[in-house]
Each structure stands twice: as C-alpha cells, then as structure tokens.
Unconditional design. Structure first.
Length: 256
C-alpha cells in the first residue's frame, strides 16, 4: 500500500462496506472501517518522517568533522531504514486487507451472511490494531533513544573542545580554565536531535490513535451486546403468548 493509495476507493473495500451495511452487520462494518481509517491516516506521517530523515542526512554533508559526520550519518541511516521497515509492514497490512475483502465477498456470494460474518472475524482486526500499536510504541522508543544518544554525543564533543583549549593554554604558559556549561546547541547535532524527537512524537501520536481506535471498537462491541436483537424480541413475544395460551381458564363456580 503506497502512501497515495486510498483504501476506501478500492473496489473490493467499497463493495464490502456496502454488503456489510446492507446485511446489518454493524459490528463487522465498524471493525473494517476503523482499520481502513487508521491505515489511511498513517501514509502522510510516514512520508514526512522519511523525508525529514533523508533531508537531514543531506544537510549533514556540511559538517566538517568527517569522523563525527560518519557516525551521525550511520545513526540517521539506521533510523531511516527502521522507519522504512515499519512502513513496509503497515503497507503489507493494507494489501492483506484488500485481499481479505475480496475473499470475504467471494465467501458471501457462495455461502451467505453467516459465512461473511465469520470471514470478517477471521481478519482479527482488533489484534491487528494491537500489533500496529506495539510497532508504533517501539518506533517512538527507538527515535527517542537516538535523540538521547545524539545529545550525549554533543556533550562529549563540547567536553573534548574544552579539553583541547586547555591543552593549548597550558602549552602557551597559561592556566587551564574550569570547564564551562554547554550552551544551548544550535548546530547540526541539535537539528539531528530535533528530527529524532519530532519522529518520536509522530510515532507516539500514531500509537495513541491506535489505542483510541481499539477503545472505540470495545465500546461498540459492548453496546452491541447490550442491544437486544429483533429476533430475540420476537422470540420473547412468542414465548409470552404461548404461556398465556397455556394458562387454564378460570372456573366461575370456584369464584362464588
């Protein structure tokens, strides 16, 4: 599933929505719609993250220190590759959903509504959302960890610069100065750290969105379980009438 693919416009997905709605399968319709909406919301986020990581690698070429540049470039490349990998897994979920919709429609045409209900249940949409939520959580942890490492690298570079300056002072007969606190970094490493933090927030946002989607499904299912079905109402009414017919008539003589 490419970032530009609109799942709702896929013929099999559109037809599945129509069939589910037409046959009153509200729970199944809610599940499929929830997953479709969630997957469609992710494309732009991943495109943005990958674009920012690639742009940062290009800007890193301006850094003069080749050793530091190579180190940070590897960290950025690793973050980009990991994000591409996660997006690939999410894309595969979208492709599988399209195929599952096609299979469900074929089952419905051959075996009917109950088979369609089982086919949608076999998609295990709540479990899929839970798995994606965990992926987003790990993605956020990875990005935040890389941001922390970049900050530590910047601090070590600051200490190294301070040390070199003191060496020069000592060699020229001057007293060494006490190390100064690192000022707010506005250089390339600060930008790299900012990109990692921004990506971490995007992952966290997608994790929260998956959690909310799961919560909505749980609420909908609980509500559906509490609502009595039409069949249940008719059965209860039929039983009530049967009970009324089974009551023996009152003997007027007994009332005197």
């Amino acid at each position: 599933m490419d970032a530009a693919v609109n799942l709702r416009e896929q013929p099999d997905i559109k037809e599945l929505f129509e069939i589910l709605q037409g046959n009153g399968l509200k729970k199944e319709q809610q599940e499929v719609e929830t997953l479709v909406d969630y997957l469609e919301s992710m494309g732009n986020q991943f495109s943005q993250m990958i674009g920012e990581l690639q742009a940062m690698r290009e800007e890193l070429e301006k850094m003069q220190d080749r050793g530091i540049r190579a180190t940070v470039s590897r960290v950025l490349e690793g973050a980009e590759n990991k994000t591409q990998e996660i997006w690939g897994k999410v894309s595969m979920i979208g492709k599988n959903l399209i195929q599952s919709a096609k299979n469900a429609l074929a089952v419905f045409r051959e075996k009917g509504v109950n088979a369609l209900r089982r086919a949608v249940s076999a998609m295990k949409i709540p479990q899929v959302l839970s798995a994606v939520k965990n992926m987003m959580h790990r993605g956020a942890e990875k990005m935040n960890g890389k941001a922390e490492k970049t900050q530590m690298l910047a601090q070590e570079l600051h200490k190294a610069r301070e040390h070199r300056r003191n060496v020069v002072r000592i060699l020229t007969g001057k007293r060494a100065k006490e190390p100064t606190e690192q000022a707010a970094d506005k250089g390339i490493l600060a930008k790299v750290q900012g990109v990692f933090l921004a990506c971490g927030k995007m992952y966290a946002g997608m994790e929260q969105k998956a959690d909310k989607a799961l919560h909505r499904l749980e609420q909908f299912c609980r509500g559906a379980e509490k609502r009595p079905s039409v069949k249940a109402d008719l059965k209860q009414l039929k039983n009530h009438r049967s009970e009324q017919r089974s009551v023996p008539p009152v003997n007027k003589e007994q009332l005197r």
